[in-house]
Design a protein around this ligand. Structure first.
Ligand code: ATP
Length: 358
């Protein structure tokens, strides 16, 4: 099923939760709604589900206006962050629930329910837990059962609101890979809400970046990461060093340092501009007399695993700069805290200051 929202507005009192949001969710794709707390992700999901009604605008399911369709008729499956499974029911009965409460005419036979629940528990790889009760499960297992329960009624749309939000980092990582594999098998049009950029970029076919009730950008993960449409998107998708200055003739001058504006941004008009540089896009060397670049002192190095994270401080204006280099390079340079270094951006983005993409 395709989902589209057109010019949706939603207010709570004076507060604008959704501001003219229009989006397409292609059939069979997994879309991540990503953005900071309070930006409207859950409200949008609830409007699509029919749990919330927009003040204006439309939700289209397979091209048809869904406003008159009740939640039950929209054939959506939900999984929430704190999905309350029925504590007094076994895992089996929890998954069977949606089938048992169907109107009599549509209700499957006991044998069909048994087979279906068994298949679903195998799908989420937890068939061995069928007779347990929810309090006897781990958080990750509970979320997988919640997903099996949502899938039991064969939803045409799956809506997941921070499904793994309450779990620890390691389990989250496992479950998001698992969700991706599951989605590849089932191809149900799915939307999942997250505020974790790594999760969105890793799992989704397309990512929607939201900010203050508006859509900032929609695109494939590599597109939004490599071609951010605004400083907000750039900043939200990873750590970043920011250099304010003025652009003139393809060069951004910022407090004594000059950044060449990259070719793809050549259209930038002269005026105020800001360079954005990711920590791993900085090149580091020991300082030598006359070396070109930004002169810094190494304040702190955190070199565990394959990467070394460096906290640097500019010698001229005390700006803090974050750099990430390979641990191999870090060891090769034999860097010590307090040492003077020079950094040069290998890659950067430049935006004009009012935030327009260039
Ligand atoms: P989070 O990541 O924190 O869940 P979110 O992006 O999902 O945030 P929403 O839950 O959509 O954000 O909420 C958007 C804004 O609307 C918030 O500021 C919230 O306080 C407000 N809001 C949501 N529901 C209601 C409501 N029923 N009444 C009043 N305000 C609400």
């Amino acid at each position: 099923m395709t989902i589209a929202v057109k010019n949706i507005n939603k207010r709570f009192g004076d507060f604008i939760a959704l501001n003219n949001v229009s989006l397409d969710f292609p059939a069979g794709e997994l879309t991540a709604l990503l953005g900071p707390s309070g930006c409207g992700k859950t409200t949008l999901l609830r409007c699509i589900a029919g749990l919330e009604h927009p003040d204006s605008g439309q939700v289209l399911l397979d091209g048809e206006d869904a406003s008159a369709r009740h939640v039950r008729e929209r054939q959506v499956g939900f999984v929430f962050q704190h999905y309350a499974l029925f504590k007094h029911m076994t895992v089996f009965e929890n998954v069977a629930f949606g089938l048992r409460v169907k109107p009599r005419a549509e209700r499957p036979s006991e044998e069909q329910i048994r087979r279906k629940v068994k298949d679903l528990l195998e799908l989420v790889q937890l068939d061995w837990l069928a007779d347990r009760y929810p309090p006897q499960l781990s958080g990750g297992q509970r979320q997988r059962i919640a997903l099996a329960r949502a899938l039991a009624v064969e939803p045409r749309v799956l809506l997941l609101d921070e499904p793994f939000g309450a779990l620890d980092a390691k389990v989250r990582k496992e479950l998001r890979r698992w969700l991706r594999r599951l989605h590849d098998d089932l191809h149900v049009t799915s939307i999942f809400v997250t505020h974790d950029q790594e999760e969105a970029l890793e799992v989704a076919d397309q990512v929607v970046l939201m900010n203050k009730g508006r859509v900032e950008q929609l695109g494939a993960p590599d597109e939004v990461y490599n071609h951010p449409a605004s400083p907000f998107v750039y900043g939200f998708l990873g750590n970043v060093n920011v250099f304010h200055g003025r652009v003139h003739d393809g060069v951004l001058a910022s407090e004594g340092v000059h950044f060449d504006v990259p070719d793809q941004h050549r259209a930038v008009q002269d005026g105020k501009g800001t360079a954005y540089v990711r920590p791993h896009d900085l090149e580091i060397d020991r300082y030598e007399q006359g070396a070109e670049g930004i002169v810094v002192k190494l304040r702190r190095a955190h070199a565990i695993g394959p990467l070394a994270q460096l906290d640097l401080e500019r010698t001229d204006n005390a700006q803090l700069i974050e750099a990430t280099i390979s641990n191999e390079r870090f060891r090769h340079l034999e860097l010590k805290e307090g040492e003077t270094l020079v950094v040069r951006p290998k890659r950067l983005h430049v935006f004009v200051d009012e935030g327009a993409a260039i």
